[in-house]
Design a protein around this ligand. Sequence first.
Ligand code: 5GP
Length: 217
Amino acid sequence: MAASGQDGVERRGLMFVLSSPSGAGKTTLSRMLMERVPDLQMSVSATTRPMRPGEVEGKDYYFVDQKRFDEMVAKGDLLEWAPVFGKSYGTPRLPVEKALAEGRDVLFDIDWQGTQQLREKAGTDVVSVFILPPSAADLERRLHTRAQDSDEVIRGRMDRASHEMSHWAEYDYIVVNQNVDDAFAEVQSILKAERLKRMRRIGLTEFVRKLQRQLEK
Ligand code: 5GP
């Protein structure tokens, strides 16, 4: 089964990727999408980094040790994987395949390395959005308000931000998160428009044929 829009026309499912330096608001935007957009499933990654306060096993991540992670890689259980901040992160393959097969799109919060790998595997089924902060000061403020990381970790994330941002041109869309409501509206519009792309709408030939048959009666 493939997904279908409000008009009932069957279409190929899509893989919707949000990337950004940490602190640019991507997690909030992902949560808003999950709450407000129908037929969308979040891909829950596996990681070897420690759990942060407030995080939930199986919801935010599957927290695994390096041995388990290496097993998943060896068995081909990960659709993509990459080292980030010295820890391993990867996307379990089965839930993604299941969601797409059942007619849901999948939302990914992964970095540029993972996005490149998905693009190589899934081509135009991948739609990628890069979120930029409006300024460095804003990024730093968000990292501090999040209060989940030590000052040292925050310093490390700020240092990495510039490097991560250098990959912006590999993405289909760029959204500057000046204001979360506006950024959400932009991201939602991208998803809406991408869902309507002709090449994904495999049911259109049949839909138009039916219309023509009705008109010819
Ligand atoms: P955090 O530790 O702040 O949750 O995530 C750090 C970075 O790892 C973020 O940029 C996030 O997008 C990225 N990330 C999370 N899960 C995955 C994954 O499964 N694959 C890849 N390639 N990156 C991931």
